[in-house]
Design a protein around this ligand. Structure first.
Ligand SMILES: [Zn+2]
Ligand SMILES: [Zn+2]
Length: 139
């Protein structure tokens, strides 16, 4: 697995560092976590890593599109390493749980605008909102 993350970093011309590898591994195992959780996860492997170092890694990986930053309305930013497949998310209004929803079309934009106003549209951001099974059963 580590070799795979090294190859991902090299493919986008990012230097291979232990914090970068640790963040990629953490997001692979724990998709849709917020920054604080990423820091906690990385620290189980690299106890001395600073908050700032993790912020910097997340920014660099997001800019390089190895990591996707998602921010449902009213929620803190979350990160995931599943990129490039235009998948969507379903978000629980009660607890904020997030799950992946495969794009029915498979490519962006997967909705056709009724009027594009002359824009070249390259993405339709779809978020499904609802109640997760845990919250629905604890009513
Ligand atoms: Zn919930
Ligand atoms: Zn996702």
């Amino acid at each position: 697995m580590t070799a795979d993350y090294e190859a991902q970093l090299r493919a986008v011309s990012l230097r291979v560092t232990r914090p970068r590898l640790a963040v990629l591994a953490a997001l692979h195992d724990h998709p849709h976590v917020d920054t604080d959780t990423v820091i906690d996860l990385v620290r189980t492997e690299l106890p001395t890593v600073s908050h700032q170092a993790v912020y910097d890694v997340l920014r660099a990986l997001t800019e390089a599109r190895l990591v996707r930053r998602i921010q449902p309305a009213g929620a803190t930013a979350r990160y995931e390493s599943r990129v490039r497949d235009n998948h969507h998310h379903v978000v629980c209004r009660s607890c904020g749980a997030i799950a992946d929803v495969d794009c029915a079309v498979g490519h962006a934009p997967c909705l056709t605008a009724s009027d594009d106003h002359g824009f070249v549209i390259d993405e339709a951001e779809v978020v499904y909102w609802g109640t997760c099974p845990d919250c629905a059963s604890s009513d």
